[in-house]
Each structure stands twice: as C-alpha cells, then as structure tokens.
Design a protein around this ligand. Structure first.
Ligand SMILES: [Fe+2]
Length: 289
C-alpha cells in the first residue's frame, strides 16, 4: 500500500453552504503568524484542529504515541470538525490541519524522510472547496482534487502543489500513524466506505522539446544570482504544471542553470537543496536560501 501513487479512496457528500460560512470565518477571524517555510511561495496557512498538545499554535507534524487532541479552533469551525468526527476513526488520528493555499506553489519534496520508519503513516486530503486552478503532482501524474474527494497522498513519493489563482484553496489534511499493520479502510468509521474506483481529474500538460528546454536553461542562467535563486526555484516549480516534465526535473534544471551561470556558490546551493528536498534531512532541519 505504501508504495502506491496518490489516489482517491472515498467520496464524502459535503454541505457546501455551511462549509463556505466557516471558510469565511477561517479567512476573516483567524490570523496566525506563519512560520518560516522553505517549501512555499505565496500564501500558505496551516490551522491545527487536532494535534499532539491540543495547543492551537502547534502546526508541525511530529512523532508521538497517544491520540491527537482537539484544539480551540474546533469550536470556531464546528461543521469542519464534524466532517472529521462523523467520517473518520479517531483511534490512530494524530493531526488534522486546515490548509489554505492561495496564489502559491509548494516545491517538489518528500515528507517524513526525517521521521521514524517503524511507524506506519497514512495521510489523506479532503478538499473543502472547489479550486479550478489548484493542482497536485507526484512522480506519476498531475491531477486536481475535487470537493469531498478523500485523497490518499503518498508523501514518501516526491510531490508538489500549486494554486495559480488568487482564491483560497482549502483542504483538510489528516495524518494517521499506526503501530500495527493496517488497511487504508481502517481510517474510516465505516470501512465499507473505502472505494478506489472513482475517476480522477488528470491535468493535461504541453509537450516541450529538448531545444526549448535548453533555451529555458540558457535564459535563466543569464539572470540567476543569490537574490533570485529562491524565486527561480518557485518559477521552475510552476513550469512543471505547464509542461509535461518529471517532478524531479525542477531540481535538475536548477543545477544546470547554476552550472551554466558558472557560479560556484549557487552550484553547491542547488545540489544541497535537491538533496534536502528529495533525499535527506534531519528532524526540524531547515534550509538556508
Ligand atoms: Fe508534503
């Protein structure tokens, strides 16, 4: 199961009117200071509904044995909270976050590389609204998650996300951790709701030729410097959603661009970045751009 690509494992009928009212509350009443984040450009907000301590400020996933605890945000967002309680088995639920992405890109990365490999993680997303221009990609395909679909996200595969528009794309993100063998249907209150036969909305991307790729790399190599290195990463991470290239290409191109610009400092930085995002990092390690 854990090597399978991301896929839909259920659909939930959601009451859009009451959810939309709470999404208004979310965007108007809840202002939180965002932590420094090397993964994203644009607006990216995480609200914890369940976490280790029950304390609202805790938004980073960590490793722990006990059940996740509800935070004060559940009182502000009762409909969204009830989606979790009425559909999912809370026994192995560790963390629930409401994640907003607006005019932003999350760069290709692998999650959980810094966590314990004996624990069996299972992460699902449930879109709480429709965002026409918000996409996800992994090593297999590029797709759009639609309202109410329950998506298993294989965070051990390289993945990224984007919302090209200036609207709030809001997802529920649920993290389960099992200390035993499990079946994905175990996360549901009623395991019979597990169903993988739903159609996926795949995103069609344009073909790009080798000579066009060369022109992109040449062009960026003329302009790249330490001040726009991070912007270049975000730009390339968006290009992945336009052209039919593999998700790791973003970092290969960045390394080529830095090599062609002949800037030793940036060559090293781009190689370190690739390694940090895709292969190896320690718990709470950060990347200095
Ligand atoms: Fe991720």
């Amino acid at each position: 199961v854990l090597n399978t690509p991301s896929r839909i494992i259920r659909k939930i009928d959601l009451e859009t009117d009451s959810i939309d009212t709470e999404l208004e509350v979310l965007s108007s009443k809840i202002k939180i200071e965002e932590e420094y984040d090397e993964y994203s450009s644009g607006y990216w907000q995480n609200i914890s509904l369940w976490n280790r301590s029950g304390c609202e400020n805790n938004t980073l996933y960590s490793n722990f044995n006990e059940k996740g605890k509800k935070t004060g945000y559940c009182n502000l967002l009762p409909t969204i909270t009830s989606i979790v309680e009425e559909n999912f088995d809370l026994t192995y639920l560790k963390m629930v976050r409401v994640r907003t992405l607006k005019n932003a890109v999350l760069v290709p990365h692998r999650d959980f590389v810094e966590l314990d490999d004996k624990v069996k993680y299972f992460r699902v997303f449930v879109p709480l609204n429709e965002s026409k221009y918000a996409y996800h990609g992994d090593e297999h395909s590029v797709f759009r998650m639609r309202l109410g679909e329950v998506w298993y996200l294989n965070a051990a595969l390289i993945h990224s996300a984007v919302n090209l528009q200036d609207n709030n794309r809001v997802h529920l993100c649920l993290d389960f951790a099992f200390d035993r063998d499990f079946h994905p249907s175990d996360i549901f209150l009623n395991p019979e709701n597990f169903n993988v036969s739903h159609d996926v909305e795949l995103v069609k991307r344009s073909v790009i030729s080798d000579s066009e790729i060369n022109r992109i790399i040449d062009g960026f190599s003329l302009g790249i410097d330490k001040h726009n290195f991070k912007d270049t990463l975000f730009f390339l991470s968006k290009i992945y959603y336009t052209y039919d290239i593999s998700i790791t290409t973003v970092y290969q191109w960045l390394v080529h661009i830095c090599a062609r610009s002949d800037n030793q400092e940036l060559i090293e930085k781009s190689q370190k970045l690739q390694n940090f995002m895709l292969n190896h990092r320690t718990l709470n390690e950060r990347f200095e751009f």
